[in-house]
Write a protein that binds this ligand. Structure first.
Ligand code: RIB
Ligand code: CA
Length: 306
């Protein structure tokens, strides 16, 4: 069990991940960020869903827009107008304590003990290390869902070349990947390999997950002929519980911040020195590019059926 700060733009798959995190990790706090929904809605969703699953971690409000880009489209077509399938009444307030301050203060108070789990745009993480670079060597690990490196054709989901979390704030992602933070990346290369069907969700005996995912499943069925969803964010928690089920590559990562491939994640594969090396000052990060998908899904189902 790790001490984690759960940083989320809480939509449907984020909620699945939170349900798993609450059963397997010590959640020090939930920090919210814009992405699937506006940050205020993410605060409301984090409070509501936490209450519904019996998680009493404090919730904090984070960044409302990217570091440099103009705000872009949310993902309400997929996750519903409220981000949780538009099926729950949500009486909670959207004001909360400052998420970036919470990240900084908590990492300083618990040096080398805190794992940051980021499953939305990396804006809060970038803001924290910009404001307080002293915390970089104190973070145990940043485990994040995002990016795509092309394995099995998984190169993008919001454009042909970019994944949503990175695309929403490519500058933040590039700063985080090229910092000295130890980052473990769960990209589409593996998250698109672990799919759960509507029948398997309904068999979970967790009504709230079935309720909030109905719209997501209908969208997937209409768009792709599959009544199911990729677990995406949940794989950050399955990395913490079952790292042996993943195949990793160690390489520095950069992010394209302009042009037609904006949000694309690139990793250095050539050992040859080059005269102009954009990875020159970047540490190697841990990229999960392979996964034992059926075993990961079985582990996920076992966690939620405890
Ligand atoms: O591309 C998948 C990611 O984008 C997930 O974090 C999902 O919640 C959305 O934010
Ligand atoms: Ca997310």
């Amino acid at each position: 069990m790790k001490k984690i700060i759960f940083d989320t733009d809480i939509g449907v798959d984020d909620a699945f991940a939170l349900a798993c995190a609450a059963r397997t990790q010590q959640i020090l706090g939930i920090t919210t960020v814009f992405g699937n929904v506006a940050v205020g809605q993410a605060v409301k969703n984090a409070r509501l869903f936490s209450q519904l699953i019996g998680c009493n971690a404090p919730v904090f409000r984070g960044c409302s827009r990217p570091l440099a880009l103009s705000p872009s489209a949310s993902a309400t077509t997929v996750h519903g107008g409220d981000g949780l399938g538009d099926v729950l009444d949500n009486p909670f307030d959207e004001e909360a304590g400052n998420a970036v301050s919470f990240i900084i203060d908590t990492v300083r108070a618990l040096p080398h003990e805190v794992t940051l789990v980021a499953i939305g745009p990396l804006t809060n993480i970038a803001a924290a290390i910009n404001l307080a670079p002293d915390i970089i060597p104190l973070v145990k690990e940043l485990v994040m869902m995002g990016g795509a490196f092309g394995t099995n054709g998984h190169a993008g989901n919001v454009t042909p070349h970019s994944e949503f979390n990175i695309w929403k704030d490519p500058h933040a992602a590039d700063q985080v990947f090229s910092s000295a933070l130890p980052v473990t990346v769960l990209p589409l290369d593996v998250t698109h390999e672990v799919l759960i069907t509507g029948d398997e969700i309904r068999a979970l005996n967790m009504p709230v997950l079935e309720q909030i995912s109905r719209g997501y499943l209908q969208y997937s069925l209409a768009r792709e002929g599959f009544e199911g969803m990729a677990l995406h964010d949940t794989l950050t928690i399955l990395w913490l519980t079952h790292p042996e089920l993943f195949v990793t590559v160690s390489a520095p990562v950069r992010v394209v911040t302009e042009g037609i491939t904006l949000g694309q994640t690139l990793h250095k594969v050539s050992p040859l020195a080059s005269r102009f090396d954009p990875y020159a000052d970047c540490r190697a990060q841990t990229l999960c590019l392979g996964v034992e998908a059926e075993k990961v899904k079985a582990a996920f189902l076992a966690i939620l059926q405890r």
